[in-house]
Design a protein around this ligand. Structure first.
Ligand code: GNR
Ligand code: NI
Length: 171
């Protein structure tokens, strides 16, 4: 298993729109395994392929305490969202050290393919709902900071660019 590099906002590759997976074959299974390994290593509760510069509709999520309940979503689609909304403090592996409130539909129904290429559908609320919507946004080239004010976004961009510069300077 390989650890993949997570792109950092405002990297333009985070804005690419992912393409559907045609067949869940060995290549896709290897990507899923590497993404899960990368998510657990970070650690994060979810990871979208876009974040590791793979522009295919693949997500991994694990919201369990012991990192032992991996969920895989291939070609995920929102089939229903509740009219009720809820604000949640979100973070993102592509925007390290920034957390902010985002309002989203409280409950969602998502259909997808599992690791065996079989169709399934789930209804999610709470953290799983937030996480699914956050990850599906990544596949559309959207990072959660896009929901924040321009002022906040610019501040985050500047901080991230500074941080990247410092990292490069250390080498
Ligand atoms: O690890 C993560 N935690 C998190 C917390 C609140 C809302 C969303 C998330 S997803 C994030 C991992 C990540 O960046 N996925 O794209
Ligand atoms: Ni994210």
């Amino acid at each position: 298993m390989a650890l993949l590099t997570v792109l950092c906002y405002p990297d333009p590759r985070l804005y690419k729109v992912a393409k559907p997976v045609a067949v869940v074959d060995a290549r896709i299974k290897k990507i899923v395994a590497d993404m899960a390994h990368t998510m657990y290593d970070a650690p994060g509760v979810g990871l979208a392929a876009t974040q590791v510069d793979i522009h295919e509709r693949i997500l991994v999520i694990d919201i369990s305490e012991n990192q032992d309940e991996l969920m895989v979503f291939i070609n995920p689609e929102l089939v229903w969202v509740s009219p009720e909304k809820k604000a949640w403090r979100e973070g993102c592996l592509s925007v390290p050290d920034h957390y902010d409130e985002v309002e989203r539909p409280d409950t969602v129904r998502v259909k997808a393919l599992d690791i065996n290429g079989e169709k399934f559908e789930i209804e999610a609320d709470g953290l799983l709902s937030v996480c699914l919507q956050h990850e599906m946004d990544h596949l559309q080239g959207k990072v959660f900071v896009e929901y924040l004010s321009l002022l906040k976004r610019n501040r985050i961009s500047l901080k991230m660019k500074k941080r990247i510069k410092e990292l490069v300077g250390q080498r």
